[in-house]
Ligand binder design. Sequence first.
Ligand SMILES: [Zn+2]
Length: 176
Amino acid sequence: MLITKCFKFYAAHRNEEIGGKCANLHGHRYGLKCHFEVHRQNSISTPFSAFDERVGRLISQSYDHGMLIHKGDPLYHTLNQHMRAHDEQFKLKVLEGPTSVENLAYTLFSEISALGFCLVKIEIQETDTSHLEYSLSDWKADRAKYAWRCEVDEKDEKNLARMTLATASCAVALQS
Ligand SMILES: [Zn+2]
């Protein structure tokens, strides 16, 4: 069975790779819908509050009212210089690639799975008229193709182990 939980966050970003209006700094109200595979154990499977606490905390601490930035974007270097020079600390969410909604989906999928949940699909609403659906198989294909590793993995190898375990049990659950 699946449990779906919805979250939202406000963040600035730009996409320096595709140019045009997307290369300008701007912001979105991102909507995030997570579909979790769960297994009933008595009368319930996973309390809704478990998702709110752990995924909600990740969103509020790392994403909300922050700025998504590609670590290869020259602007990231400029922002770091500014923070050092003015003793300011911006909330930056550093991505391994340009901050497209596809790369954001990869990062969010990795980080939410690392919390120990069996995530099968996420949906990200970037604008009023555009949203992306991103599944476990998309995540596996991206991981194989780009071999990106999200920030959480680099900081804590245990998270990587948990994520591998969670996604492996997801794959078993989906096949059976
Ligand atoms: Zn945008």
